[in-house]
Design a protein around this ligand. Structure first.
Ligand code: PEP
Ligand code: MN
Length: 372
């Protein structure tokens, strides 16, 4: 289902200067000097549209720096007045919303630890009713697209017109290179479900380390995201939160210079002809894949009938191991990544099991009168 929200397109927003729509500033506002010095440098970078700074900081453990609180909002007003940048901060309850609006912030964002909770999102949405502010909604920490869409819908229902989603990655228990897993398929699915909603990538919180910020930003641009939220601090090494993932304003400028912006479409007829032909080839191969899957599932069902007649279990681990070994070797010899083979065959195997379960249970409901 594709959703149409009553929101305005990013290109019509005040302050929009093209792609990437850039939000930058420190993870946390720490002192007036740190805020002002960072803002003055960022204001010199053309692409920066909004200055961000966390005022109330959600921290994993207590007794770490939890933000300067409402006092920092005065510094944001000063940034706005002195540099002309728009300013934004994170809100996590209705009190934060009232304080932020009272100080004239242009934008608020709902953090990943808040967007998981529909009660809190609703409280924030109610507090935002009738406000002219921009609202950005970060993905919830767990990879649940419905929860993310639910938070977006709650804010839209409050009458907010300038809305965007922020993709900041998803938490995992496993130790991975990045601090948060990008799971790119989720923002891509979000784009499919709400095509007009701008999507901003937050490479800082995905990376957790400044060394990966460029590659993640590039990927987001290649996927046609509308903008970036990058943490920047005048002196990251002494930052009170997220020190390892913040860039100096100069490093941000360098990153922007290295960023390659490809256009989502072209009007060049020759290029369109070539692309059109290649896309037709892709469609032909996709049709082949569907036909092959249909045939494979028919064989799986036939096997299911044999298993049923001979009273043997559906799951035969040794056979599955043998299939995985075989397709992995074959896939590798064709230059296909193990990740691709693994993903495809896990899905194919699951579908075969489902089909065989149906075969096994055929007629059972009728016999015992179940109405499920
Ligand atoms: C932040 O932007 O500083 C922040 C706390 O982000 P997240 O909610 O994505 O963890
Ligand atoms: Mn941060």
């Amino acid at each position: 289902m594709v959703l149409k929200l009553e929101t305005s397109l990013i290109k019509d927003w005040k302050g929009y200067k093209g792609r990437p729509f850039l939000i930058s500033g420190p993870c946390s506002a720490e002192t007036e000097e740190q805020v002002m010095e960072t803002a003055r440098e960022l204001a010199k970078i053309h692409e920066v549209a909004i200055f961000r700074a966390g005022i109330w900081k959600p921290r994993t453990r207590p007794n770490s720096f939890e933000g300067v609180g409402a006092a920092g909002l005065k510094w944001l007003s000063k940034v706005k007045k002195e540099t002309g940048l728009m300013v934004g901060t994170e809100v996590a309850n209705e009190k934060h919303v009232y304080e932020a609006l009272k100080h004239g912030v242009d934008m608020v964002w709902i953090g990943a630890r808040t967007s998981v909770n529909p009660f809190t999102v609703q409280e924030i949405a109610d507090a935002l009713k009738g406000a002219e502010v921009m609202v950005f909604i970060k993905n919830p920490i767990n990879p649940d697209i419905e929860l993310w869409i639910g938070a977006i819908e709650r804010v839209a229902k409050a009458g907010i017109r300038k809305m965007a989603a922020i993709h900041r990655g998803f938490s995992t228990y496993e130790k991975t290179t990045y601090r948060n897993q990008p799971n790119w398929q989720l923002p891509i699915e979000l784009r499919r479900r709400i095509p007009d909603l701008p999507i901003i990538c937050d490479p800082s919180h995905i990376a957790g380390n400044r060394e990966y910020i460029h590659e993640i930003s590039q990927k987001a641009m290649d996927l046609n995201f509308d903008g970036l939220m990058v943490e920047s601090h005048i002196n990251p090494s002494v930052a009170l939160s997220d020190a390892s993932q913040q860039l100096t304003p100069n490093e941000l400028r360098e990153l922007l210079l290295r960023l390659i912006l490809r256009s989502p479409s072209t009007s060049d007829q020759k290029l369109l002809d070539v692309l059109g032909e290649l896309r037709q080839q892709i469609d032909v191969y996709d049709d082949h894949l569907i036909d092959l899957l249909e045939q494979r599932m028919k064989v799986a069902e036939t096997i299911g009938h044999y298993k049923k007649e001979n009273n043997i279990t559906i799951l035969q681990s040794a056979r599955w191991d043998e299939i995985v070994r075989r397709v992995m070797i074959k896939g590798r010899s064709k230059g296909l990544s193990s990740e691709l083979i693994d993903n495809i065959f896990k899905a194919v195997h699951q579908e075969s099991i489902n089909r065989q379960m149906n075969v096994m249970n055929e007629g059972i409901e009728n016999h015992n009168g179940s109405d499920k």
